[in-house]
Write a protein that binds this ligand. Sequence first.
Ligand code: GLY
Length: 400
Amino acid sequence: MPTSSPLPPADRATGPDVLVIGAGVIGLAIAWRLAQRGLAVTVVDPAPGRAASWAAAGMLAPVTEVHYQEEALLGLNLESARRWADFAAELEGASGTPVGYRACGTLAVAADAGDHAWLGELHRFQLELGLRAERLTSRECRQVEPALAPRIRGGVRVEGDHQVDPRRLSAALLEASRRLRVRFVAGRVESLVMEAGSCVGAVIATAGSAPAGDSGTLRAGLVVLAAGAWSSELAAGLPAGHVPPIRPVKGQILRLRQREGAPVLNGNVRGLVEGSSVYLVPRVDGEVVVGATMEEQGFDTTVTAGAVLNLLRDAYGLVPELAEFEFVEVTASLRPCTPDNAPVIGASGVDGLVVAGGHHRNGVLLTPVTADLVAELVTGGSMPALGEPFSPARFGALAR
Ligand code: GLY
């Protein structure tokens, strides 16, 4: 790991101090944090906030979504969850834009006997890990969420798993960054620019707003690759062993809207319905996000009838009242996933290039901690211990 900042000597920096590739919530939060620390930052993205961040439901649920053999990731998830309330308040203050952070808790419920047994195992695992989660009977579940179907066998209540609205979050990060003079280039990056073994910028395919005279090339002192599912493709020209192994995992997700009355749910609900997993994330304005599929389909973002059918069937199985809601939207997008489901954050092993990607199902949750880690690496000179297990080096890149 670097013992000094990866920012190169000033004589190499013919563009901004930092070029961030990708304006999802991860790239935007990094740009904001670096600008707060006084760096000149440019962000390039064809449509800020419109890829996976646009689709995301915004569950901040490290405990409800804990997985076997992902204990290191759990630690990072819990730390980011702990930072969320302050991050949201600071961002709202800096942008004047609400982000929809709600400390609403999450209830995981089971529909049939098999689902109930699985939830019991999950609860045992949560307790083994020292996490706070409370087993509830069917009746107790319906006291917490009266709209649940009577068939619900029981559940697990996690008081500390919350939510934020990712679309509002992107808007707030854009505004806060603009207020700190972060420059946005509406272009699609084609490749990284390498010179003498170092990364010195990026080639912009859509050069409409790239600086005149650069012929579509943006040079920078440091490049941060935060391009989500496209990160590996953009890094394809790097030396062997330095390309972060990030692949797309398709998610289809629905947005429904309650037309009248008090909100149907008090907090997030995660359900297992005859072995099939679904979650419901209710907003205060009546929107309910229903997600999401997990599909290994490469870069395909086709919306399919079967996915909509299954999500609606499972959501209706949990909360029958949803049948009366307006169907607003179905979105298909691509999560960036690594072989161990944990992100890659840190020095890439190539001079001038830092990676922040592969956040898989946890991009929104991990936004505060990822931005803090990258800011500390870039301006403080080394990766904090918390971030070390997530170095790109674990996949073979020799991070310095
Ligand atoms: N975090 C939920 C999802 O990726 O669907």
